[in-house]
Design a protein around this ligand. Structure first.
Ligand SMILES: [Fe+2]
Ligand SMILES: [Fe+2]
Length: 137
């Protein structure tokens, strides 16, 4: 599993703080998924943590978008579009999870899709954005 010590850092502190929090939330959800079985009480905790993660993502993305706007980052829309696509997919997974309770699917989404996405996004879009923000603010 991806650890914070190995996670790619960017040049802006608030972004690293958000990435650390996001990774912690994903790690916690992954642990909860491995404890859960047939509709036990862990499901209620997973639901709560998924809501908290959604809220985190909205705020995390908003902070980066505000920094990009404030420093007139040229590929603002490319980065923002990736955030929007990620949020939309997250919302879909949440809806599917609440309807189907497919624990295997949710586990793979958290451990593979989301963790890989977070790292890839951090070393691409977020790294370039942080460099621009650091140089222009
Ligand atoms: Fe980020
Ligand atoms: Fe981002």
């Amino acid at each position: 599993m991806l650890e914070w010590d190995d996670f790619p850092k960017v040049e802006i502190d608030f972004m690293n703080t958000d990435h650390k929090e996001c990774l912690e939330m994903l790690t916690e959800l992954s642990a909860l998924c491995s404890q859960a079985s047939e509709q036990n009480e862990v499901y209620a905790v997973i639901d709560e943590k998924l809501q908290a993660l959604q809220q985190h993502l909205v705020e995390h993305f908003k902070r980066e978008e505000q920094a990009m706007e404030a420093t007139a980052f040229p590929p603002y829309y490319v980065h923002k579009t990736e955030h929007e696509a990620t949020l939309q997919q997250f919302q879909q997974v949440l809806t599917d999870w609440q309807r189907d309770r497919d624990l295997g699917f949710l586990t793979r989404y958290i451990e593979n899709n989301m963790m890989n996405w977070l790292e890839l996004h951090a070393i691409t879009m977020d790294t370039v954005t942080a460099r621009h923000v650091a140089q222009n603010s």
